[in-house]
Design a protein around this ligand. Structure first.
Ligand code: CU
Length: 391
């Protein structure tokens, strides 16, 4: 291979061929293996490929700045002479990266060490990621490389188990491949997974580090989960007209608020979470994509086949009243086990212990707050009928 590299940066650079076996002087480490390529110069790298697999390339001069701003790529080498029946039908290559991009700006901040706010697969954050499309029965290979600044990414695939077949060190012998559902891709390495797409559907594939599926967010605000903020908004609004208390019930609504225009976001920023799915809002963004396995692909692999049509009886849904009744479950959930007294309850909900007087007694006080609906009296839990349970 002969590769010409022209430096159009304002700074010197080099290119390192990560995992490729080559002569020392072609390895691209600035200062160590070569002198750096100065602005405007064109260098030539030349070496013979003696291996196959999934590798990477990246700048190896001022690594923190240049890799942190995206001077990274995948380098895939296919073996010669593999019989067609041993080749995968689908062969995907994903490169993971993380960025610190101040809201409203367009330039990643390479100085950031911990708080990355844009997490990408092939430089795109969900819902901008492209789905991985496969046909039922396809042999699927997914190559995943990680050249993030600081983080490893445990990539989890739903609906399947797979085997880790390769690293950037080479093919793992069959006896050494164990089944997995999550593959940890350490920073500075590649992992290749393989499986047969025998389970049709829309399957989430995402980093399991939960802040890596959030897109843009700050982490420096107080924990609002469980806070009773009633009345706060009306008191703050005279001072801050757009004020809205958020997070009392978690962050799941954040993306929807932004999508619906209730909450302004700075230009050139992406909402904190997700995108619209076929059934509801998907509260994951960032390092998230979807494996779409279909029986038929009338428009081929390159076109998004849309959302999966679940087969009858294969979609989680509201439990029918009749089935609840037969299983002895109250329709309003009152037959569900209760948490121990005082745990995870607002102070107003906690029953006073003997000898204490309650400071206030809210309506429906006790174990059974009446929300004006179908609540049954405490103790009226339907008795389970015998021998007629749905399992
Ligand atoms: Cu991650």
């Amino acid at each position: 291979m002969r590769i010409f590299v022209t430096n159009r940066l304002a700074a010197p650079t080099t290119v390192h061929w990560h995992g490729i076996l080559l002569p020392s002087g072609m390895d691209g480490v600035g200062g160590l293996s070569q002198r750096t390529i100065r602005t405007g110069e064109t260098f030539m790298y030349e070496f013979t490929l003696k291996q196959h697999g999934t590798f990477m390339y990246h700048s190896h001069h001022d690594e923190m700045t240049q890799m942190g701003m995206g001077m990274v790529g995948l380098f895939v080498i296919h073996p010669r002479g593999v019989p067609p029946e041993q080749r995968p039908n689908r062969d995907f290559a994903l490169l993971l990266h993380e960025w610190a991009i101040e809201a409203g700006t367009r330039r990643p901040d390479p100085n950031e060490m911990t708080d990355f706010n844009v997490l990408t697969i092939n430089a795109r954050a969900f819902p901008g990621t492209h789905p991985l499309v496969a046909k039922l029965g396809d042999r699927v290979r997914i190559r995943i490389g990680n050249l993030s600044q600081m983080n490893h990414h445990p990539i989890h695939l739903h609906g399947y188990y797979f085997k880790i077949t390769e690293t950037d060190g080479g093919r793992i012998p069959d006896a050494g491949q164990w089944p997995e559902t999550t593959v940890l891709v350490p920073v500075g390495s590649t992992r290749t997974i393989e499986f047969v797409a025998d389970n049709p559907g829309d399957w989430a594939m995402h980093c399991h580090m939960l802040h890596h599926v959030m897109n843009q967010m700050g982490h420096n605000f107080p924990n609002m989960v469980g806070v009773d903020a009633e009345g706060l908004d009306s008191q703050v609004r005279p001072l801050l007209p757009d004020y809205m208390t958020m997070g009392q019930n978690g962050m799941g609504d954040m993306g929807e608020h932004v999508g619906a225009g209730h909450m302004a976001v700075p230009p050139n920023s992406i909402p904190m979470v997700g995108g619209m799915g076929p059934h509801d809002y998907i509260t994951m963004g960032g390092m998230f994509t979807i494996l779409k396995v279909r029986e038929h692909l009338p428009n081929g692999y390159e076109q998004d086949p849309g959302w999966y049509q679940d087969k009858p009886g294969e979609l989680a849904s509201l439990a029918p009243a009749e089935v609840l009744r037969r299983n002895g479950i109250a329709a309003d959930g009152s037959s569900a086990p209760k948490p121990p007294e005082g745990i995870n309850m607002a102070p107003s909900q906690v029953r006073p212990t003997r000898g204490q007087t309650p400071t206030s007694t809210p309506p429906g006080h006790g174990e059974h707050a009446d929300h004006g609906g179908t609540a049954t009296r405490p103790g009226s839990r339907p008795a389970p009928s015998s021998g007629d349970h749905d399992h």
